[in-house]
Design a protein around this ligand. Structure first.
Ligand code: FES
Length: 109
């Protein structure tokens, strides 16, 4: 376990790297969480899948290896940091710390 912001967080298994859409965004559900796993040019990054502008699932958008374009209004986010890069996206994505261990993506929650 890891102490983060006063709460105990644990690495949880999410998906095998081999099961990811290579170079793309993969939707993964963990309990009630809808997540997006991005296979970027700089490694694996995970965020909540819902666009911060509306209800769209970002995994349905266009991904270029660095940025994800929302399928609904074409808001653009950096998939590595969650930072909004083009309107109407203004609020950062909720990123989740991720790592790869033994060929599997794990997230810290
Ligand atoms: Fe994503 Fe509007 S719902 S930009």
């Amino acid at each position: 376990m890891t102490q983060v912001e006063g709460r105990q967080k644990t690495w949880r298994d999410l998906i095998a790297v081999a099961d990811l859409e290579q170079g793309d965004a993969t939707p993964v559900t963990l309990g009630s969480r809808e997540l997006a796993v991005f296979d970027t040019v700089d490694g694996i990054f995970v965020s909540h899948a819902r666009c911060t502008h509306g209800a769209a699932n970002l995994c349905d958008g266009y991904f270029d290896g660095r940025h994800i374009e929302c399928p609904l209004h074409q808001g653009l986010f950096d998939a590595r940091t969650g930072e909004p890069k083009a309107a109407p996206a203004r609020v950062k994505l909720r990123m989740i710390e991720a790592r790869v261990e033994n060929g599997r993506v794990q997230i810290l929650i």
